[in-house]
Structure formats: structure tokens, C-alpha cells
Design a binder for this molecule. Structure first.
Ligand code: CP
Length: 321
């Protein structure tokens, strides 16, 4: 019988799935399962992070990530402060590092940072001794999104090893794609990426993924598809002639899903451009787990906050809850 390796979390930060081992990813997923149970209780709160302060430092807009980090911190009894670029001294030219050092001087414990620059979370983590959690940095990584995607897949399919996942859409500019590729391949999934030629980044196959430009082929081989948003705010308009043509060639429709495996799982990190990446019928259809992904984001982020706050300690979260 296979025995599970006992893993101790030693990292003060969560910067990307590239930097985690398979065992560390599994530890987060296991802890998230315990925290998901907490969220089903009449009183959805545990004292695990009482006395700690979590700062949400967001340089880019967010609905799901910011709200679920706030909920996760509050469910763990932490105090939460939200800083958005528009109403902070970032507007007066304060740098990311100075902002981080000031938050540390204010005796906060964890900074959850979203930034438009790839590498921003890592730069911040090297400038402060408190924990830094990457909530999405440029095109680099969005680790908690991938963790909640993988958590949802594991709930639905029982295991990740050997499953076929197709990631469809703007692969080149997607931090969600990159984090999913790192996480899924480390856990043994077969990953296919599907995009127009111009949105497939050079060298992506070195990460152990298959490539196709045919959305029908990507759907046919998949147990799950993860459909990415076209990132119009990042100047992606020129990557495809028009959104109408994109939908015709790459959009996920009920018609296209007729050729899929029975029970195929349809995922999207949100926000969805309905009628561009997928039809409204697919987004709201029987195969869609999009809102379950959002719900699972709270448990996954509780696990991440718990682990970085207790780095080097060995207690299981169930002891703490
Ligand atoms: N999936 C995701 O990151 O959504 P938000 O931009 O709303 O946080």
C-alpha cells in the first residue's frame, strides 16, 4: 500500500506553483478540504488566525480573488484591510516596495498582492519579512486560481493523475494558464493548450503540454476544459480579427460539446465574456462548474493563508479548527 509522505510547510510566501513541489500542492489541497468542511458549519468561523492581519493590496481590478481572500481571512478570524490603487498613496507615486515596507511597519502579517507586472509578488516578498501571497502578477502566475481549479477537478473526478485537461483561449497572456500548467503537470495530468497560433507562447511545449489550434480536437480528448478570458484590457484586440470571429472559431458552444466525453467538466476562471469565449448556455449549463470554482476559492485561500502564517510548524489544520 502506498504511504503518503508527511510534508511540513516551510515557505513564508506563496508566489507561484512553479516553486512548489507536488507534495506541497497536495498539502494545500488536503488542508482546503478540511477548511471546506468548516464552511458547511452553522458558524463558519475558526480562530486559526486570530490576532493576525491580512492586507489585500490590489493594483488591478478584482471581484472573485479579492472578495474570497477577504472572506477566507475573516473565516479564519484574521483582521482584514483592503487597499486599492485608486484610493491609496500609490496614486502619489509610492513604490510597491515602500508600500510593502510601510505595511510591515504597521505590524501586519500577510500581504495578498495583485499587480500588473510579472514578478511583482516575488520582488515584494524579498523586500519584507512578512508573508506575501501572489493574487496574480501580470502574465506570470495566479497560483490560488489554479489551486482552486485543481481542487474543483479533484472533487469532481476523484484524482488529478492521468486526467486530460484542455486549456483553451489566450494562453500567451494568461497567468491562470501558466499556474494551471505547473500545478496540473506536477500532479500527473495530461494538459493540452488550444489557442489561435498568435496566442500560443513560444516554448510552451517545454512545460510538458500538447498544443493544438483546433478547439474540436481539444474538446474531444478532454475530461475537463478550462476556458480562458480574452484579455482585452491587455491589448489583445489585435490578436484576433474580431470577437465575432473568435467566437465562431474558438468559442465553446453546446453544438461543439456534442462531440465531448459524457460529463465533460467546463471551467472558467471568470470574469466571462459571454458570446466570446463561450455561449451563455454553456456557461450556465449542466457541465459548468464555474460557480463551484468560485465557492472553492474560499477554502483554498483559507488553506494558503493558514499555511503561510504557520510556516515551519507541523500542526494539521484540523487541530486548529
Ligand atoms: N479569476 C479571477 O482572478 O477573477 P477576479 O479578477 O475577479 O479576481
Amino acid at each position: 500500500m502506498a504511504t503518503k509522505k508527511i510534508v511540513t510547510w516551510t515557505k513564508k510566501d506563496l508566489l507561484g506553483l512553479e516553486y512548489l513541489t507536488k507534495e506541497e500542492i497536495e498539502l494545500i489541497l488536503d488542508d482546503a478540504r478540511s477548511f471546506k468542511e468548516v464552511l458547511t458549519r452553522p458558524l463558519r468561523k475558526v480562530p486559526t488566525l486570530r490576532g493576525k492581519t491580512v492586507v489585500n493590496l490590489f493594483y488591478e481590478p478584482s471581484t472573485r480573488t479579492r472578495t474570497s481572500f477577504e472572506l477566507a481571512a475573516k473565516r479564519l478570524s484574521a483582521d482584514v484591510i483592503n487597499i486599492v490603487k485608486e484610493s491609496s498613496s500609490i496614486q502619489k507615486g509610492e513604490t510597491l516596495i515602500d508600500t510593502g515596507r510601510n505595511l510591515e511597519a504597521l505590524k501586519t502579517d500577510i500581504i495578498v498582492v495583485r499587480h500588473n507586472c510579472s514578478g511583482a509578488a516575488m520582488m515584494l516578498s524579498r523586500s519584507v519579512s512578512i508573508s506575501v501571497v501572489n493574487a496574480g502578477d501580470g502574465w506570470h502566475e495566479h497560483p490560488t486560481q489554479a489551486l482552486l481549479d485543481i481542487f474543483t477537478l479533484k472533487e469532481k473526478l476523484g484524482a488529478i493523475n492521468g486526467i486530460n485537461v484542455s486549456i483553451i483561449g489566450d494562453i500567451a497572456h494568461s497567468r491562470v494558464a501558466r499556474s494551471n500548467i505547473w500545478g496540473l503537470t506536477k500532479l500527473g495530468a495530461n494538459v493540452t493548450v488550444c489557442a489561435p497560433e498568435g496566442l500560443i507562447p513560444a516554448g510552451i511545449e517545454e512545460l510538458g503540454v500538447k498544443i493544438t489550434n483546433s478547439v474540436d480536437e481539444a474538446i474531444k480528448r478532454a475530461d475537463a476544459i478550462n476556458v480562458l478570458r480574452m484579455q482585452f484590457e491587455r491589448d489583445r484586440a489585435e490578436a484576433f480579427p474580431s470577437t465575432i470571429e473568435y467566437f465562431k472559431t474558438f468559442g465553446i458552444t453546446e453544438e461543439r460539446l456534442k462531440n465531448a466525453k459524457k460529463g465533460i467538466i467546463v471551467m472558467h476562471p471568470g470574469p466571462i465574456n459571454r458570446g466570446v469565449e463561450m455561449s451563455a448556455e454553456v456557461a450556465d449549463g449542466a457541465n459548468s462548474v464555474i460557480l463551484e470554482q468560485v465557492t472553492n476559492g474560499i477554502a483554498v485561500r483559507m488553506a494558503v493563508l493558514y499555511l503561510v502564517a504557520h510556516a515551519k510548524r507541523e500542526e494539521a489544520p484540523t487541530d486548529a479548527v
